[in-house]
Design a protein around this ligand. Structure first.
Ligand SMILES: Cc1cc2nc3c(=O)[nH]c(=O)nc-3n(C[C@H](O)[C@H](O)[C@H](O)COP(=O)(O)O)c2cc1C
Length: 179
């Protein structure tokens, strides 16, 4: 069974992106093994602490390496991706063996799906920039993406209700990722 690793780009407790991920998890059902990456203990990248590899980095790299695909659910911050998402990808992009740029990193060749819930642009700018970054670090980004413009009323309830069309888009993306 395929292993799909979810990466939530929001640290907010009632995150709409987390709710979107939960919807995607239901859609995948028992067609794959889904887990969420916990990167809350990942330090800020500092080349002084790259070696020996911090414990959190080892665990995260192993978890990513073991996954068949990654699925990001991330908000857009100021026309781009949040800083902690960049920090995670910076760590994943670095050589596992110091100065060894020949051995593939754990992000190299990884299949990646992108989704996001945000403002009016439905995270289009974030996903475009994330595609650019992931392509640069040699990940294989799926063309099919899901963007959700969070409806105004959701801010009052903290509940993201998807339309039928949005659910269909998420289903189609899940099928593309699993296919
Ligand atoms: C620092 C910051 C910058 C933001 N910039 C944007 C933006 O450029 N575009 C956008 O659609 N939403 C922007 N937002 C609003 C987020 O999309 C919104 O808060 C979203 O619900 C966050 O996702 P979450 O519910 O998963 O935490 C920004 C929010 C923050 C905190």
């Amino acid at each position: 069974m395929k292993k799909i690793l979810f990466i939530i780009g929001s640290l907010r407790e009632k995150s709409f992106n987390r709710q979107l991920a939960q919807e995607a998890m239901q859609i995948i059902g028992n067609r794959a093994q889904v887990t969420e990456l916990d990167y809350s203990d990942l330090p800020l990248l500092n080349q002084d602490i790259e070696q020996p590899e911090p414990t959190a980095v080892t665990r995260i790299r192993q978890t990513v390496a073991a996954a068949d695909a990654l699925w990001f659910f991330t908000p857009e911050y100021n026309f781009s991706y949040p800083g902690h998402v960049k920090n995670l990808l910076d760590w994943l992009s670095r050589p596992v063996i110091p100065m060894d740029y020949a051995t593939p990193t754990c992000s190299n060749g990884k299949r990646v799906a992108l989704s996001g819930a945000g403002g009016k642009a439905a995270t289009a700018n974030c996903r475009a920039k994330l595609t650019e970054l992931l392509t640069f670090i040699k990940a294989d980004v799926l063309a099919e993406q899901t963007g959700i413009a969070v409806p105004a009323e959701a801010w009052g309830t903290d509940v993201l209700v998807l339309t039928q069309e949005q659910k269909e888009q998420l289903k189609s993306q899940a099928n593309a990722l699993l296919g």
